[in-house]
Write a new protein. Structure first.
Length: 171
């Protein structure tokens, strides 16, 4: 009198098929996920540029020039550059050129990008300014929107790593 016990288990082939399907789905999903992460971090560049622009405009209202030495956002270096101070509890320093969430480097010196004219690197003058945000750290892999630009007339632009104007996509 033998009784048969029925057992159910996964075979090795079934397990390999499931692992393969998971790998394929992950391979498709991860690049899409990474693109969305880059896209969400771009808000940091745009907000930081607008906020610093407003701070520099307040300086202009007070001193009648954008690059006045008494403005806390203006450095004493040569060429004169900006130093954002996004946190009220800390004083601005020459090294304090991060965006609010530290995904971008903010500067008034034009970055090395084929889409940006290198003729005038002095972009903080008495009458005008141009600000740039370039991705750093984990955001540095974002080649689709490699440089954000905002100037004193509120004109914005964005360039990919090849220098193509991608303002409509990135702003």
């Amino acid at each position: 009198m033998s009784t048969k016990i029925k057992t159910s288990a996964f075979t090795l082939v079934e397990l390999l098929v499931v692992i393969t399907l998971i790998a394929i789905i992950a391979g498709i999903a991860y690049p899409s996920y990474q693109a969305q992460v880059y896209k969400s971090r771009r808000t940091d560049a745009k907000q930081s540029l607008v906020r610093l622009s407003q701070q520099i405009e307040r300086c202009y209202s007070r001193y009648r020039r954008y690059n006045h030495s008494d403005c806390p956002q203006v450095s004493d270096s040569s060429p004169i550059t900006v130093r954002p101070a996004f946190h009220e509890d800390t004083a601005a320093t020459d090294d304090d050129s991060w965006s609010m969430e530290k995904h971008y480097r903010i500067s008034s010196v034009s970055p090395n990008n084929p889409g940006i004219s290198q003729v005038n690197t002095e972009s903080l003058t008495a009458e005008t300014f141009t600000l740039y945000a370039t991705p750093v750290n984990r955001q540095a892999g974002d080649t689709r929107c490699a440089v954000f630009q905002l100037n004193s007339t509120a004109a914005s632009a964005a360039f990919d790593s090849q220098g193509n104007n991608v303002t409509n996509t990135c702003w």
